[in-house]
Design a protein around this ligand. Structure first.
Ligand code: UD1
Ligand code: CA
Length: 491
């Protein structure tokens, strides 16, 4: 079967009361439209055509700017799942309705105009739809040899949807929008999801859709009645759940969709053996992978292409983005990890910031108020307190004392600091890059290191300490007679 997908995303989205185009509102870390594109990509269509309005540039930028890098060093194969199909954008200058939007897709794209196969039409504001449901729907459509099929569902509150009208043999004959429905029709709770499969031959019917005078729009839903009257084979499959098929037109609906999405993800991980203390407060992107026996505390965000290993503990207020966390890692409270690899049994945090491009070795320890950027730390290396490590290659078993700073930027360029295995960097050391500290070398606390330090040596660059006996006593006597220094033995 040859399949093309058209996603309608050009509507005004007025009910959102927001300057952001409706389809760019995020379910979690990706816009609604991206969720729909990802589900459509799961069907491997020959193309995906997105109908956008006058905010074309904004939408294209948000979609093309993949929110997450395609590859994480150290990640498992497969974490880059959901490769996006090729996208084309078509502009619908005026939002003249869903029927008009599909006409734009048909006429503006030469390829689609001559396309022979199945066209799957999706709404950009139905973000929770899954590839699995779409696959099932397409197979029903093909098996039924229908000209047009659609997915319907039973809605607890059908008010914002088109109602499915069926004849006495339960065959669909048309769809009526809420605004145009009679009181009796409004009571029908089987509604249109906005997902259609259309045989390319039936696209000719689009030009017969009349203008809905009340709304000034061409309703795609009218194609059903027209097709039925002309003897085309039409069918509505009530296969969607309300949670999956919900349309998002307002901010309260967006909040509801986020809640459903969050519960869906958490439930799936709970079944696979992930332990949550309060899964209602945890946000997990659908591209995240979590190993079993990992414990996740409240208020944790796991975003993008993140992979968490087995037996890890993620304490509260942690945000991990596009990172690989190997087995047995402990991430303590209020830590941010971005675009990095944390190897087995390392401990990171509390209050640590691992910025993109880091590789933290197994059993390493990154403690409070330590920031690491574009750096590699070997196994067992410790930076326990108050440090900045940027553009550094640090070997195994290195001790980074409190307050150590790699001075990597001279105002123009960044330079690297290399610290070899087993070195000991005393507290409050500044390493002025480019610089190298050899294997097993010691740096005295408070040193400013500007030259390379040979292996197994001691380097101290601080000013030698002088003690001036009686200095304070003398100073106080001169400055004020009030500050008499008591002599030893005085009461
Ligand atoms: C639409 C359906 C309704 C269905 C519901 C499912 C119509 C007339 N009604 O109603 O039967 O129950 O979806 O969620 O189709 N769009 C365009 N161009 C336009 C207008 C809309 O591209 O000129 C896009 C929107 O961006 C949106 C989608 O089409 O992604 C649906 O439009 P919307 O206005 O939200 O339709 P609903 O009132 O929800
Ligand atoms: Ca809608």
């Amino acid at each position: 079967m040859k399949l093309a997908v058209v996603i309608l995303a050009a509507g005004r989205g007025e009910r959102m009361n927001s300057p952001l185009p409706k389809v760019l509102h995020g379910i979690f870390d990706k816009p609604m439209l991206q969720c729909v594109i990802d589900s459509a990509s799961g069907l491997k269509p020959s193309k995906i055509v997105i109908v956008v309005g006058k905010n074309y540039g904004e939408i294209k930028d948000a979609i093309n700017k993949s929110p997450h890098p395609p590859f994480i060093k150290g990640g498992r194969e497969g974490i880059t799942k959901g490769k996006q199909s090729s996208l084309s954008f078509v502009i619908q200058k005026k939002p003249n309705g869903t029927g008009d939007a599909l006409v734009r897709a048909k006429s503006a794209l030469g390829g689609l105009k001559d396309f022979i196969g199945t066209i799957l039409v999706l709404n950009g504001d139905v973000p929770l739809i899954t590839s699995e449901t779409l696959k099932k729907f397409l197979s029903l459509h093909l098996r039924g040899k229908n000209d047009i099929s659609l997915i319907s569902f039973a809605a607890a509150n059908p008010a914002s949807y088109g109602r499915i009208l069926r004849d006495r043999n339960s065959r669909i004959n048309s769809i009526v929008e809420d605004k145009d429905a009679t009181e009796a029709q409004r009571k029908i709770n089987e509604v249109n999801s906005g997902v259609y499969a259309i045989k390319s031959g039936a696209l000719a019917l689009l030009k017969e859709i009349p203008l809905n005078a009340a709304k000034g729009e061409y309703y795609l839903t009218d194609i059903i009645g027209i097709a039925g009257n002309k003897g085309y084979k039409i069918n509505a499959y009530c296969i969607g759940s309300e949670d999956e098929m919900m349309g998002v037109n307002t901010i309260p609906e967006l909040m509801k969709a986020r809640k459903i999405f969050r519960e869906r993800l958490a439930d799936a991980w709970i079944k696979k053996g992930v332990i949550f203390f309060d899964h209602d407060s945890v946000f997990i992107s659908d591209s995240v992978v979590i190993g079993n026996n990992t414990t996740i505390y409240p208020d944790v965000c796991l975003e993008g292409r993140t992979e968490i290993g087995r037996g890890c503990t993620i304490y509260p207020n942690v945000r991990i983005v596009d990172s690989v966390i190997k087995d047995g890692v402990v991430v303590k409270d209020s830590t941010v990890i971005e675009g990095s690899v944390i190897r087995a049994k390392a401990v990171v945090g509390p209050f640590a910031h691992i910025r993109p491009g880091c590789d933290i070795g197994s059993e390493a320890k990154i403690g409070n108020f330590v920031e690491v950027k574009k750096s590699v730390l070997g196994g067992g290396t410790k930076a326990s307190h108050l440090s900045y490590l940027g553009n550094a290659s640090i070997g195994k078993g290195v001790n980074i004392g409190a307050g150590t700073i790699t001075c990597n930027y001279d105002g123009k360029k960044k330079s690297r600091t290399t610290i070899e295995d087993g070195a000991f960097i005393g507290s409050d050391t500044q390493l002025i890059a480019p610089v190298r500290v050899g294997r097993g070398a010691y740096i005295g606390a408070g040193s400013t290191i500007t030259k390379c330090v040979p292996a197994m040596s001691l380097s101290v660059s601080r000013v030698e300490q002088k003690n001036i006996e009686g200095w304070a006593r003398k100073k106080f006597k001169i400055q004020s007679s009030k500050f008499k220094v008591k002599k030893k033995g005085n009461k």
